[in-house]
Design a protein around this ligand. Structure first.
Ligand code: FAD
Ligand code: NAP
Length: 529
């Protein structure tokens, strides 16, 4: 086969692209990854900001498809830092002999399907062309940085960094006056570490979020060995949770518990640290009263930690708990007690412009040596929107999704045959531990292609009726929860002009069950030709 011809082209070399490549090769397909960066890792290649690490324990935030791999790899901390996750993904790449099938420094600009030849043509922004029968977008849910629209960026004399596109060489903030814009998960991880180096740190907060201590620690050998001696048990238990990771979920509703019992459970979860909070009460995201009690508990904790009562008040979130993704931190609130760290509340007055020396808000200038934008991502649709993807008709995917993404199971979109999205909108993706969700999607694609080969089908495409029904179901599930009630990136609300549609599907176990049912019913909802 010519160098630019393959059975499958995969775009993106993060967890999803790497596993898709490995799986396609095992299926006997010729497959190649095209990746914009000059290395593998995706999220863990780009997000090298100080303090970056996972917030799902590493023993779960890792592949489970190969038992030898998960047995042999040693995690050094409960929540591994960025560099270690990146080195894990490099290890996976070499262990499964994938590197030779990845083309780096290649940004895909267009992908178009030709009905006559039943092939996709994928072109880079430099005009290089590849052709394949299957086109798989493993482009990531959080891979396109969201830069705030602040005027006069060129005026500022110092460097401006975005957490999602961090310098590979690292940044030394020693003795500098630094600004951080944003208080989401990236900022919450970066702020305590930057504060250790900087002469002064000013944090610009538009809205306060919920964050819980990670209680990160070096990985306990005995704990790691105990889990590895029966890894399957942890993986199985995690797969039964709505988020695909172990939550130690309670089954008793908070509405059936006394105030004292609720308080005890909140204290217990605070001590456990991390995202286990989502398992505290089954009605947490359903019942406003339960949610209010948990939110009050968090506000009390902030009051206890922060010495200045006014500052404590500004740091207290007033939104529904869990509505925006909660963050997991190490000494976030404690950092604001330091004399060289200040919080600037911009909830009423946005940043107006850059100046030569810093930022201006309502005629007041703040001076800095460096500015860090921790302003998040154009999530879930951002990477796909930036590629001109044309299916059977002339319409692009972006045009089809103008009022919000339309997919069947988050895997395919009608009109785009033989094209798959890994963890696309409409699948559990970002509401879960992403690694099991990625593995489940890749394995679905593998099984579908295998089924096509065995039954001599050459085309698979989502049926538009099944797609409409699935999109309605995704919305119905989201609307039955409190997740609709804030300006989260799940709804696209962080990007000006983006349609307000809840994009991920809530519930890993029912989703997996639905996919299994679809397969059992010979790919119900897909058209095979
Ligand atoms: P990515 O890792 O985003 O990889 C996508 C790749 O596609 C990138 O390398 C990108 O360069 C490439 N690409 C995109 N467009 C193009 C194009 N046009 N041409 C060529 N290449 C392209 N999830 C969790 O479950 N737990 C966590 O603890 C967690 N921590 C996170 C921490 C941070 C800082 C961030 C930003 C996200 C975190 N996530 C976490 C979500 C994380 O994105 C996923 O867990 C996972 O890494 C996604 O893998 P992926 O392969 O799907 O996408
Ligand atoms: P984010 O959650 O979207 O947070 C962005 C922050 O920037 C918010 O505080 C937002 O304020 C603020 N902001 C955005 N535009 C602004 C503007 N124009 N002016 C002022 N402030 C602005 O992004 P993120 O922190 O990068 O995290 C995104 C997701 O990545 C997380 O939710 C999580 O899924 C994942 N992540 C995980 C970890 C981890 O712990 N493992 C770390 C980082 C990221 P508003 O809230 O008002 O919009």
């Amino acid at each position: 086969m010519a160098d630019n011809q393959a059975d499958m082209i995969i775009i993106g070399a993060g967890f999803a692209g790497l596993y898709m490549l490995h799986t396609a090769r095992k299926l006997g397909l010729s497959a190649r990854i095209l990746e914009a960066g000059d290395g593998v890792g995706g999220t863990w290649y780009w997000n090298r900001y100080p303090g970056a690490r996972c917030d799902v324990p590493s023993l779960e935030y890792s592949f489970q498809f190969d038992d030898d791999l998960q047995q042999e790899w040693q995690w050094s901390e409960r929540y591994a830092p960025q560099a270690e996750i990146l080195s894990y993904l490099n290890h996976v790449t070499d262990r499964f002999d994938l590197r030779g099938h990845i083309q780096f420094n290649t940004r895909v600009a267009t992908a178009s399907y030709d009905e006559n030849s039943n092939r996709w043509t994928i072109e880079s922004d430099e005009g290089q062309s590849h052709q394949a029968k299957f086109c798989v977008f493993a482009t990531g849910c959080l891979s396109v940085s969201n830069k705030p629209n602040i005027q006069n960026e060129d005026l500022f004399k110092g460097p401006i960094y975005h957490t999602g596109q961090w310098s590979q060489q690292g940044v030394d903030f020693s003795d500098l006056n630094v600004a951080v814009v944003g208080t989401g998960s990236s900022a919450i991880q970066a702020i305590p570490v930057i504060a250790e180096q900087a002469a002064s740190l000013s944090v610009f907060q538009r809205s306060a979020g919920y964050t819980v201590p990670a209680h990160n620690r070096p990985m306990d050998e005995a704990e790691q060995n105990a889990i590895k001696s029966n890894y399957a048990r942890l993986r199985e238990s995690a797969s039964q949770q709505f988020s695909g990771n172990e939550l130690f979920s309670n089954t008793r509703l908070a509405s059936e518990m006394s105030a004292e019992e609720i308080r005890q459970e909140c204290e217990r979860r605070w001590e456990m640290g991390g995202l286990y909070w989502y398992g505290a009460f089954p009605d947490l995201l359903l019942d406003q009263k339960t949610n209010d009690m948990v939110a009050d508990f968090f506000r009390e904790k902030i009051q206890e930690i922060i010495s200045d009562p006014e500052l404590a008040k500004t740091l207290m979130p007033d939104t529904v708990f869990g509505c925006k993704r909660m963050s997991v931190d190490t000494d976030y609130y404690q950092t604001f007690n330091l004399p060289h760290v200040s919080l600037i509340d911009i909830s009423e007055s946005p940043i107006d412009a850059y100046t030569e020396k810093g930022l201006v808000i309502k005629d007041k200038e703040y001076e800095f040596d460096a500015i860090v934008l921790a302003t998040g991502f154009d999530a879930m649709t951002g990477a796909l929107d930036r590629i001109e993807i044309r299916g059977r008709q002339a319409q692009t995917l972006k045009e089809k999704w103008a009022d919000g993404p339309l997919t069947y199971l988050g895997l395919q979109s009608a009109g785009f045959p033989n094209m798959f999205i890994i963890t696309g909108p409409g699948s559990p993706s970002v509401l879960t531990n992403m690694i099991p969700s990625i593995e489940q999607h890749v394995e679905f694609v593998k099984d579908a292609i295998d089924y096509m080969h065995r039954n001599k089908f050459s085309v698979i495409e989502a049926d538009v009726t099944a797609e409409d029904a699935w999109v309605a179901h995704v919305n119905e599930v989201a609307e039955s929860t409190l997740l609709h009630s804030c300006n989260s990136w799940y709804l696209g609300a962080n990007v000006p002009g983006k349609p307000r549609v809840f994009m991920p599907y809530l519930g890993f176990p029912p989703y997996v069950e639905k996919c299994e049912q679809v397969v059992k019913n010979e790919y119900e909802g897909f058209i095979l030709k």
